[in-house]
Structure formats: C-alpha cells, structure tokens
Design a binder for this molecule. Sequence first.
Ligand code: BG6
Length: 493
Amino acid sequence: MTLGKDFLWGGATAANQYEGGYQEDGKGLNAIDVLTNGSATEPRKVTWIDKNGQTGFSPLVWGKEFSVPQGAKPALVDGYYYPSHTATDFYHHYQEDIKLMAEMGFKVFRLSMNWARIFPNGDDQTPNEAGLAFYDKVFDECAKYGIEPLVTLSHYETPLALINKYGGWIDRKMITIFENYAKTVFTRYKGKVKYWLTFNEINAMDHAPYMGGGLLDPTPQNRAQGAHNQFVASALAVKAAHEIDPAMRVGQMLAYAPIYAYTCDPADQIAIMEEQQKTFFYSDVQTGGYYPEYRLKYYERAGIKLDDTPEDYELLAKYSADFLSFSCYSSAVVTTHQQAAKADGNLGMAGVKNPYLETNAWGWATDPHCLRLALNTLWDRYHKPLWIVENGLGWDDKLEADGSVHDDYRIKYLRAAIKSMDDAVNLDGVDLMGYAMWGCIDLVSNGTGEMKKRYGFVYVDRDDLGNGSLKRIKKDSFYWYKKVIASNGSDLD
Ligand code: BG6
C-alpha cells in the first residue's frame, strides 16, 4: 500500500446527530431539532403547529411523499422525544472526544457547524458570539493534536426560523443569507480551518428535501429551485473562501452509491443510466460547473421553470467546488423487473436487493468493492481531487459486562472498504485526499433517529430514548483503526 504521507485519515460527524446543547448559549432551533425518533420500521416525524394552534406530525419518508399541511409550521410539541437535543453531547465532551480521536491518530475530524448556533434565526444582523466561541474552542483543541478540521456548513441544519419564514431553500433570499453565514465563519476561522464543505449530500434535495433544504412542500418544481439556490450559494461560498484566504479549499459533498443492473436486459441498463443522471446532475453542476443537458431536457418536459439569472451560471462555471467529497456505504441495484424485492440503503437509494451481498439489521448491503467503483467513476468524470467523507457500518453493538465491545463485523467491513479504496489509488491512479469513517464516536442515526444503529470506534452509553450516562467506551475497532492509521493503511489485519 502506498497512500501518500499526507493522506487524511480520520472520522466524520454532524452537529445535529452528535453535538446536543440544542438551546445552550443562544442557539436557535434547526430543521432536525423538531424531528422525532423512529426505528427501522417506523419513520421519524416532523412535528408542527397549525394556524389554529392544533399540533400534529408528518412522517418523514425518503422521496417526495412528505409534506406539512398548508400553513402549519414545524415546531416542538410536548410529548415527543427529539434525539438531536442532547444527541451524544459533543457540546460538553469535545475535549474528551478529540483526545480519543488523537489517540487513534486522526489527521482529520469532520464535523458540521450548527448554523443556528451562529445565527439563531438564520438571518440575524450579527452572529451569536457564544456560538462562535464554542467552535473556536473545538478548533483549538484539534490544533493541539495536529488534527485538521473538515467543516460542513450545513449538514441538514437549516435554521428552523428560515424554514418558517421563507419556506427553506425554495426562496432565493437564502442565497445571500447563506453567503453571509459562510463569510462570517470563513473570516472568523481563517488560519484555523482550511477544508470546508457547503451542503452535506446536496442530492438529498431529491431524496430527503426537508432535511436537505427545509422544504415543506417538495414538488419537483420546489426541489429544482431549492437545488439551484444551493448551487449558487455554494459557488458564492467558494468565491468568498478564496478571497478571504487563498489557502482555503471548499468541496462538494455528494451522496453516492455505484449502481448495478439486476439483469442484463438492455432496459435495465437504461434504467441505470437514468438513475445515475439523477445523482450526476448534482456533481455536474457543483463540481463540473455546468447544468447538464439531460436535466434541462427533463425540466422542459416537466414544465419546471427556474427563478434564475444569467449571473448564476457565470458563478457556477467560475466557482465550482475545489474537490468532490462523497458518502458511500454500499451499492444500489436497479431493475425494470418488478418482481425483485425492494432494498434499504442510505437516503433510500438502494433500489432492489442484491442476492450476492449480506445486509445489516437495517437492510443496508455491505459491498466490498463499492469504494473502488465510486472513486473511479467520479475521478473519470471530473478529474478533481476526491475525498471519502462518510463510509461505515451501522450495528446494534453489545456492551459486554467487562466493558468491552467486540465489533469484529465492523472491522471486517472497514478492512474491505479500505482495501477497495487503496486499489482505486494504487491500481487505478485516483487522486484521493482522505478517508473519514462515518460516526467515529457513536451518534444518533440520521435515518431512524435511533442510538442503537451505531457506527463508532467509541461506544457512547445512551439508548434510543435518551437514557444513559454518555460515558465513552473504546470498541475493538478503536485499536484496529489506530493500527491502520499508524501504518498508513498497510496493516489491515
Ligand atoms: C448520510 C448522512 O446520509 O448517512 C449522515 O450524511 C447519516 O448524516 C449517514 O448518519 C448514515 O445514515 P444513518 O441513517 O444510518 O444514520
């Protein structure tokens, strides 16, 4: 194995799943703060209050079927459990957690900034100093151990006030509001943070439009406009970062899964092509810098009209992302043969079951080759540096009576993933900046709101209903990953 000496090994988290402290030091609410817990079979719910003061909820399912009744506003409602409020309490454990990351040898720690911690209403005149000060402490702690922060500006954390005021990302005003937020934090953390991502899994606008864009009525028209506004906001963030500090690098973040055809029926190959276009649209614009023809044709057919300006397209072309980062947990399978059984996977992107692969308890397949395939496809298409910023295995880990956690299944998954990634670099010549394992310290699951869907190298004592001491406990994989990093990926045993 010959990964470069500067290869950025590490782990990834998101504020809404990890940080907690949901109302501390002036933080406002965000989209996920009004999202309840769920399970593998029960969707999470957005709670709301309507004009007459009646409360209710809308189940959050992947795709388009979600909507909040006309005039109702997402809000906290008594009697529900909201896992983001404490999550696994990074807010009060950041020193301990970063020390654990340092012990594993992390070179990079991906976290997201809780936008409403900086701007509680999203469009406040001045930022919340206490919120800014919190991240100063976090970045200083990282610097102590030589850990590079990789900061996502918005990981499903649109401030709730912006959703209720503007309908989320469907309104063009969001572009300047986001630009102001980006400029504020770029200026504040200049010299402390070099690597940034704008929107987590920007294609969530199609799969999870409430999470991705705060959309309450995700029609195709609204999703197209929401995506357009985020693209322009992203380009403006790239521009601002380069102006504020030419050393800053701002990347795109895409949810990606290689797609296989279930059969060799040519109709299945066309289905793959069309499915891939839905994802590539997001990277063609944000990383490639142009709107692809297949998408424009679709807009024409669907009667979708964008509220746009000629300058938007100049910005997109001039300030495309510096690198392309992505999440990849598994592959997906598509088919026109309807008898094939439906599968589960990240953001519901899995298609149908792959008979060659095993799955975890949530039905997510484990594919040993998906990273090599993903890396080659994205490299061939854009020739921009790539970064794996999410990959990992969710499992209901058992804490033994002696305080150990034997997660050999996770080690097996990660060993295959790292081997696959290494093949892409060493056999295929892909330019890869780093690898960040998702949920490096246990956190709340995004899809189900559960704690028991754990990803971490470190177990956190907390259950699905918020009970537990929040104590941190090293799993077997902790020691394994430490060895992997120390050997720069050559010792995977
Ligand atoms: C990605 C998200 O979709 O997958 C993360 O960026 C999420 O926020 C991760 O946690 C894993 O999904 P889940 O549903 O298992 O938490």
